[in-house]
Design a binder for this molecule. Structure first.
Ligand code: FES
Ligand code: FES
Length: 157
């Protein structure tokens, strides 16, 4: 076991874990942030996506020892009141079906939208293609991201 000081959702957490412990399990089991979901555990589904210094990463593939001083954001920390434009559109368009993949979908979108604020539908499909949804909610995901992007640019209200 080693000691790590992590900055998660703008709060500092001191944890003890083996160096190769995936960040996913530190978030869920040691810090209690269960919004980040375990799907495959091998980097293929992205249900476990969080932001590390603003970039979307699969937390099941990020050993806690590699996080360092970088800032981690989970779905719980994306906005103070659950009112990030992506979260608003997810609700307004009833995007979720079973919901299991959806936190990862939102975090992936939040990551790339900051670099690509005016995406085409092709961009959305390409960037989101790493996130699997077995319920097939992709059309609603695309519409939600398209509208959220406009809202983030002040063009949808
Ligand atoms: S649980 Fe991390 S990619 Fe599937
Ligand atoms: S909503 Fe069920 S897996 Fe995506």
């Amino acid at each position: 076991m080693e000691s790590y000081t992590l900055r998660v959702n703008d709060q500092v957490h001191d944890v003890e874990a083996a160096p190769d412990t995936p960040l996913l399990w530190v978030l869920r089991d040691l810090i209690g942030l269960t919004g980040t979901k375990y799907g495959c555990g091998v980097g293929l589904c992205r249900s476990c996506t969080v932001l590390v210094d603003g970039s979307a990463v699969p937390s099941c593939q990020q050993p806690v020892s590699t996080v360092g001083t970088r800032s981690v954001t989970t779905i719980e920390g994306l906005s103070e009141s659950g009112d990030h434009p992506l979260q608003e559109l997810w609700n307004e368009l009833n995007v979720s079906q079973c919901g299991f993949c959806q936190a990862g979908q939102i975090m992936t979108a939040a990551g790339w939208l900051s670099e690509n604020p005016a995406p085409s539908d092709e961009d959305i499909d390409r960037f989101q293609s790493v996130n699997l949804c077995r319920c097939g909610t992709y059309p609603r995901i695309r519409e939600a991201i398209r509208t959220a992007a406009r809202r983030m640019q002040g063009a949808d209200r």
